[in-house]
Write a protein that binds this ligand. Structure first.
Ligand code: HEC
Length: 175
């Protein structure tokens, strides 16, 4: 039993050291323009989902989805988010393909996370991805306004859609 236990501990240590050396000596591909690898698909993505689900506080959108709030959210989105997440005039954003992981293109693929998880992600950003933290950049109310806009995006009132189209057409594409 003692020998079995020693062997087990030695094996576990070897595996741990092996994984450490694999990472430390750079065997994870750092390029953004390569297909997803096993680590990003099977480890990083589920780990991120689980972490956000566990850490996002139980807070809910206090902002009414009325026209002034939707227009305010649209302007924040257009100014700070559309370059990566796309807009009505640029359904594929400038950075859609250029970032790994790819930023979700919200016009084509509606946002479907619970709003408290959206809040947590927008407030804190996502490390090792292109998603910035908006803490200290946007006020809490502005974050909720942009979430209200994201949630309403597939069914915006026509007057807001018109204003969005005008704002998006006026914004210069980066490339
Ligand atoms: C410089 C590029 C960039 C900008 C600017 C940016 N994002 Fe992101 N965002 C990303 C990337 C990349 C991801 C994907 C991260 C991942 O999957 O690990 C992401 C993820 C997200 C997610 C999670 C989506 C999901 O369903 O998994 C939300 C919500 C989000 N961003 C909202 C915003 C909002 C709102 C803004 C503007 C205030 C914004 N982002 C600005 C790059 C960006």
């Amino acid at each position: 039993m003692g020998k079995f236990f020693d062997g087990f501990v030695a094996g576990a240590i070897l595996i741990f050291v092996g994984i450490f050396l694999f990472l430390y000596f750079g065997f994870i591909d750092p390029r953004a323009d390569m297909p997803n690898n096993t680590v990003s698909t099977w480890v990083a993505a589920p780990s991120l989902d689980a972490a956000v689900r566990r850490l996002a506080p139980p807070v809910w959108d206090p902002v009414q989805p009325d026209e002034p709030n939707l227009v305010a959210g649209m302007k924040i989105y257009q100014a700070h988010c559309s370059t990566c997440h796309g807009d009505v005039a640029h359904r594929e954003s400038a950075f859609a393909e250029a970032l790994k992981p790819h930023p979700k293109q919200f016009v084509q693929d509606r946002e479907d996370l619970p709003e408290n998880e959206d809040f947590y992600i927008i407030l804190h950003g996502i490390r090792w991805s292109g998603m910035p933290s908006w803490n200290h950049k946007l006020a809490e109310k502005q974050i909720w306004q942009v979430i209200t806009f994201l949630t309403a995006m597939p069914k915006l009132p026509p007057s807001v859609t018109e204003q969005w189209k005008a704002a998006a057409a006026a914004s210069r594409p980066m490339f």
